[in-house]
Design a protein around this ligand. Sequence first.
Ligand SMILES: Cc1cc2nc3c(=O)[nH]c(=O)nc-3n(C[C@H](O)[C@H](O)[C@H](O)COP(=O)(O)OP(=O)(O)OC[C@H]3O[C@@H](n4cnc5c(N)ncnc54)[C@H](O)[C@@H]3O)c2cc1C
Ligand code: FES
Length: 266
Amino acid sequence: MSRFDVDARILRNEGLARNIFRLTLSAPEIAKNARPGQFCMISVDGKSRFDPLLRRPLSIFDARKDGEIEFLYSIVGRGTDILSQKKEGDLMGILGPLGKGFGMGQCEHPILVGGGIGAAPLHFLAKRLKTAFSVVIGAKTRDELPGISAFKSLTTRLLIATEDESIGCKGVVTAPLEEELVALTKSDAAGYLIIYTCGPWPMMRAVHHICVKYGVRCRVSLEARMACGIGACLGCAVKKADGGYLHVCKDGPVVDSAEIDWEAEV
Ligand SMILES: Cc1cc2nc3c(=O)[nH]c(=O)nc-3n(C[C@H](O)[C@H](O)[C@H](O)COP(=O)(O)OP(=O)(O)OC[C@H]3O[C@@H](n4cnc5c(N)ncnc54)[C@H](O)[C@@H]3O)c2cc1C
Ligand code: FES
């Protein structure tokens, strides 16, 4: 699989909500080769290229034929804070596309389940799906769901849950997901259902357990601290259900949820 290490020009770096930004870069080679679920390693060099030393992994939110590639990110620490201060016209190092993506099947009825900023890779997936699908997303409050409007134009079946009820139903994402599964397992889609999910670890663990209960396949997009992003440092290890380890950057980030030891991490 081709990957490219380029200096890309920033076209836009817009604040969408408190601490959430959308970054648009011109990177035609990466945009052309990107698949839903893949990610890029982005240099967030501050005063020099080596400050902070490491690149940061971000999932691809969108990749278009015009050569533009987009990321949705939240500020959680120093690297993403520096990233949020970058301006239109700045150049930034970007390596990608990396990792294994969602790998869509033709007869599937997908249900996309996102938690907060974890909805980012699901947006790119939603754009590329050719079959009917449902989207179930949740967060603490509506400010943490800036990608909602993008989903509205992509699916007729969008279910939202927020813990403060600022949008959608009150509660966590697993409640509307379970309602959707109850309905779909009685429909023509039963037998073709598959869940693609990305979000915080406890949310994905809960989604995995629901999938086991309803006998539905589930593919999760994992997150781990990453140094290299290409399988060289072995820093992104996650424990497998069979006792071994997988490396998120190389074996994932998208894997079958049954492969993971969900009790090993919090
Ligand atoms: C494959 C992949 C795709 C990702 N996609 C996105 C995305 O689309 N949008 C987005 O906002 N974020 C995404 N992340 C997470 C993002 O990489 C981290 O938030 C970022 O690297 C933090 O850098 P920092 O320097 O700002 O924070 P740091 O100062 O390094 O850390 C701040 C806090 O964030 C936690 N943290 C840092 N990195 C990670 C990580 N990889 N996973 C879990 N917790 C972490 C740290 O433990 C610490 O508590 C992704 C991560 C991976 C592995
Ligand atoms: S980040 Fe280096 S092996 Fe995965």
